[in-house]
Design a protein around this ligand. Structure first.
Ligand SMILES: *Cc1c(COP(=O)(O)O)cnc(C)c1O
Length: 473
């Protein structure tokens, strides 16, 4: 009924919407924005206005005036101009946060990346012979030096490493895996699915909680190509459980002439128990145990760029290198530059707790984080008119990256308890800031664990918090 009555008015209003060109005439052309985005913002805004009129939300020509529309246009243009890929402040305390870019690279690695990006390089050019070279050879010797392996290869990520290794070694044949190790990592990587893609036939052995050597032994047939051990990085089974140690699998594999592979997942070069963390198997240990192939990530505990590392026996690595799939999964020059720099830092093993950001954050002591928190809280308390209580609390950080899921690292956080907005509002406002801040909700407060916020970021974080919680009235 209302519709019929207002139909005429709607029509009038619709006709009064400024045309795109007319609107463009209102805009001063000092704007740095590309014309294409300016036009897009105008079109989108005018579309919204049209929809609002049709929906009956806007019923007066007042809303069609320059004074009303221009600020809305500028807001929309600013949104369109904002890069999609942005820096955030990670206040979650999860060090290897897959959704926030996993590992941070040290300056030496960044210098390598920058040079690789804006200068020509010997990516595939052998400077000794003057002939075509191989990109893989740039990091292979360092990888072998650090892990003790005979040979090594780097691909796009560990998922690719597992796929490529299985495709090379077990396509059309059987690969035996313990039921307890058929894990899913981060939603889209499931060991059984990757095996299927590689063309390997999965043979599950053992029970979910316990698998014995005899289970593998009884499953080996003429068709068996591989025994696969998967490090169940992101979950921990407790209670009545047992896994077959890698050494025993290796002995069985040798006896039966079957390749033994371990997907280590995080793959660390250093024993994290040195930092008071739990024990994760190191890559060197896996190699030493005699595994024929070991795969692991570059950007988890290793602290490097996204990559998948494959190390092992030379004849096997040579086969993997020759697989045509390898070409599709190859790493780019940025990854190579970053990896070489990281590997060089690992050559000085005693200093990696300082030189590699991921390890530095994992090994950071409570007192250091506490000092940082105190600095931030003092700064925030100087401000007036905050819509939050601000205090500091003890908390626990997480390793992340699917490593040591049970391990809490004693840490210190800034806690914000809103007094005149909801917790949800606070969370949204922090996320919507110039530099988005991501924290953790805990009961009635939002907490920002400063283990994962650098000293350099503290002033930025302070400004972001102030912008989000200061009373604007
Ligand atoms: C993380 C992980 C992967 C996948 O590694 P990406 O580098 O993320 O591709 C594979 N296997 C295990 C056991 C993992 O923990």
């Amino acid at each position: 009924m209302k519709k019929t009555k207002d139909a005429g008015a709607d029509h009038q209003l619709l006709k009064a919407i400024p045309k795109v060109d007319e609107f463009l005439g209102w805009i001063s052309d000092e704007s740095e924005a590309p014309l294409r985005l300016v036009k897009k913002a105008v079109r989108e805004l005018l579309d919204d206005v049209r929809q609002a009129i049709l929906g009956g939300q806007e019923q007066s020509t007042e809303f069609l005036g320059k004074h009303f529309l221009l600020p809305r246009f500028h807001k929309r243009l600013a949104e369109l101009m904002k890069p999609h890929f942005r820096t955030v402040i990670n206040g979650t305390g999860v060090v290897v946060h897959t959704n926030m870019g996993r590992s941070l690279l040290p300056d030496s690695a960044m210098a390598g990346l920058v040079a690789a990006g804006c200068r020509y390089s010997n990516l595939e050019f052998d400077l000794t012979t003057g002939k075509r070279g191989s990109r893989y050879s740039l990091v292979e010797d360092l990888l072998c030096e650090l892990t003790g392996a005979e040979a090594g290869l780097v691909v796009n990520n560990n998922a690719a490493a597992v796929l490529l290794a299985l495709d090379t070694l077990a396509q059309g044949r059987e690969a035996i895996v313990s039921r307890g190790q058929l894990v899913e990592i981060g939603g889209s990587f499931r060991i059984p699915d990757v095996m299927k893609k590689s063309g390997a036939r999965l043979v599950e052995v053992g029970a979910t909680n316990r698998t014995h050597l005899r289970d593998y032994e009884q499953a080996i047939t003429e068709e068996t190509a591989l025994l696969l051990k998967v490090h169940t990085s992101n979950y921990k089974m407790i209670g009545f459980t047992s896994e077959v140690p890698l050494e025993e699998l290796v002995a069985l594999g040798r006896e039966k002439g079957v390749v033994v592979m371990e997907d280590l997942g995080s793959g660390s070069f250093v024993d994290l128990s040195k930092f008071g963390l739990g024990k994760e198997p190191t890559v060197q240990e896996a190699v030493k145990s005699g595994a024929d192939v070991v795969t692991f990530s570059g950007d988890k505990l290793l602290g490097g760029p996204q990559a998948g590392l494959i190390v092992g026996r030379k004849d096997i690595i040579d086969r993997i290198k020759k697989n045509p799939l390898n070409r599709a999964l190859r790493i780019d020059k940025f990854t190579l530059a970053g990896l070489e720099a990281i590997f060089r830092l690992y050559l000085d093993e005693h200093n990696v707790a300082h030189t590699i950001p991921t390890l530095a954050m994992l090994s950071m002591d409570h007192a250091t984080i506490k000092k940082r928190v105190t600095r931030l809280v003092r700064r925030l308390k100087k401000e007036n008119g905050m819509r939050c209580e601000i205090f500091s609390i003890d908390t626990e950080s997480r390793v992340g990256g699917g490593a040591l899921p049970e391990q809490g690292l004693p840490s210190r956080a800034v806690a914000l308890r809103p007094t005149s907005m909801s917790l949800n509002q606070l969370e949204v406002r922090l996320r919507a800031g110039k530099i988005p801040v991501i924290g953790r909700l805990e009961d009635d407060k939002l907490i920002l664990d400063l283990r994962t916020v650098s000293d350099k970021e503290v002033p930025e974080l302070a400004a972001a918090i102030i912008a989000a919680i200061k009373d604007e009235s």
